[in-house]
Ligand binder design. Structure first.
Ligand code: UT7
Length: 343
């Protein structure tokens, strides 16, 4: 008899989101830049996005999502061992937004760190949570994706300001110790990157290369600069390839997947990934029409809506894929569990 104990598996057991109440429609954007609802809908599939109010920040939104994720998982903050916050729009350069959440949820025994992988941040953070759990370095991990993109978007640049929105999502990832298949298990994860393409999607100012100055502010260097077509191509190719590799790592076929939730960047990008994978349209979930691209928050927000709308149910296998600045991208396959939705 083999007495060797199986390693713990990592399972998503809690999920929460926060979205600001203020809605900004395409028609409203068309009042201050040269664009139209028809152009934005046709090229992106986005109709409206949420915008943080003056009191809302990456911390406040991430915290609200975290509190709901903890209730959903039936855990209290003091049971968390590690807080990972994926964000491209942190509260400060330091301290980390994760430390601020750690304090606010009372995770007094936890480590905390921010993770920088732009729009791929949630997949990256999920992979770190899984690795900590499988290696027995943590039992309960809080993973957050939170973004205040409206504060780094150049509202005079029509090619980028139409794309992004604000919001936050959080999941609790827990160790599952028994031999039975763990519902909610993150079955496989793949991470990829190509730093040679970093120039195509970045915020040039505010780091060590270009600290804030009158000149950098005047030249609008603290806002997102993007080469849309390059990012588009990279996203389609990257997410489809990572999805394939995640399936392979999990010893799974495409037919084993019930739903794909890709980073909600652009409906045409998602369609490109779907067609490259040859997945039926019925297996693709999309909610970007309502929220635009919320960067690292888009996947947990989409998972939440998919559960709420009954598109994602216990026992289904969901493939998630993300892509963003870096370039950094990745995919994960999750056997969805009984994750209560907290309104
Ligand atoms: O999480 C990753 C973050 N980034 C992304 O996901 C973005 C990926 N890229 C995209 O989604 C697309 O490239 C965009 C939606 C940004 C642009 O769509 P496109 O089909 O690639 O258009 P394009 O950049 O090739 O521009 C076509 C035309 C240009 O006019 P000219 O040069 O052909 O006269 C643009 O100036 O569309 C013009 N344009 C617009 N027109 C009306 C660009 N933005 C707008 C706009 N309204 N908002």
């Amino acid at each position: 008899m083999n007495n060797q104990k199986r390693l713990p598996r990592a399972a998503i057991t809690g999920l929460g989101v926060y979205l600001p109440s203020k809605i900004l429609t395409n028609n409203e954007i068309a009042t201050f830049v040269d664009t139209s609802d028809a152009w934005i809908m046709q090229r992106t599939g986005i109709r409206e996005r949420r915008i943080a109010g003056p009191e809302e920040t990456s911390l406040t939104m991430g915290l609200e999502a975290s509190k709901k994720a903890l209730v959903s998982a039936n855990l209290t903050g003091d049971q968390i061992d590690l807080v990972i916050c994926a964000t491209a729009t942190p509260e400060y350069i330091f301290p980390s937004t994760a430390c601020l959440v750690q304090d606010a949820v009372g995770a007094t025994g936890a480590g905390a760190m921010d993770l920088s992988a732009a729009c791929a941040g949630f997949i990256y953070a999920l992979s770190v949570a899984r690795a900590y759990i499988v290696s027995k370095m943590a039992r309960n991990v809080l993973v957050i994706g939170t973004e205040t993109m409206s504060r780094v978007v150049d509202w005079t640049d029509r090619s980028t300001c139409i794309l992004f929105g604000d919001g936050a999502g959080a999941v609790v990832v827990q160790a599952a110790f028994d031999d039975a298949p763990a519902l909610g298990e993150i079955e496989s994860v793949v991470l990829k990157s190509d730093g040679s393409k970093g120039c195509h999607l970045l915020i040039p100012g505010g780091g060590s290369k270009m600290p804030a100055s009158e000149e950098s502010a005047r030249d609008r260097q603290h806002y997102i600069k993007m080469n849309g077509p390059e990012v588009f191509k990279g996203a389609v190719r990257g997410m489809a390839d990572a999805f394939h590799q995640a399936l392979k790592m999990g010893d799974l076929q495409l037919g084993d997947v019930d739903l794909m939730v890709a980073h909600q960047a652009n409906a045409r990008i998602i369609e490109g990934v779907r067609s490259r994978l040859d997945l039926p349209t019925s297996k693709v979930y999309q909610n970007l029409e309502r929220y635009g691209n919320t960067s690292s928050a888009s996947i947990p927000i989409a998972l939440y809506d998919a559960v709420r709308e009954n598109a994602l149910k216990e026992g289904m296998r969901v493939g998630v894929a993300g892509f963003g600045g870096g370039f950094a991208w990745g995919a994960a396959i999750i056997r969805w569990g009984n994750v209560p939705i907290i309104a």
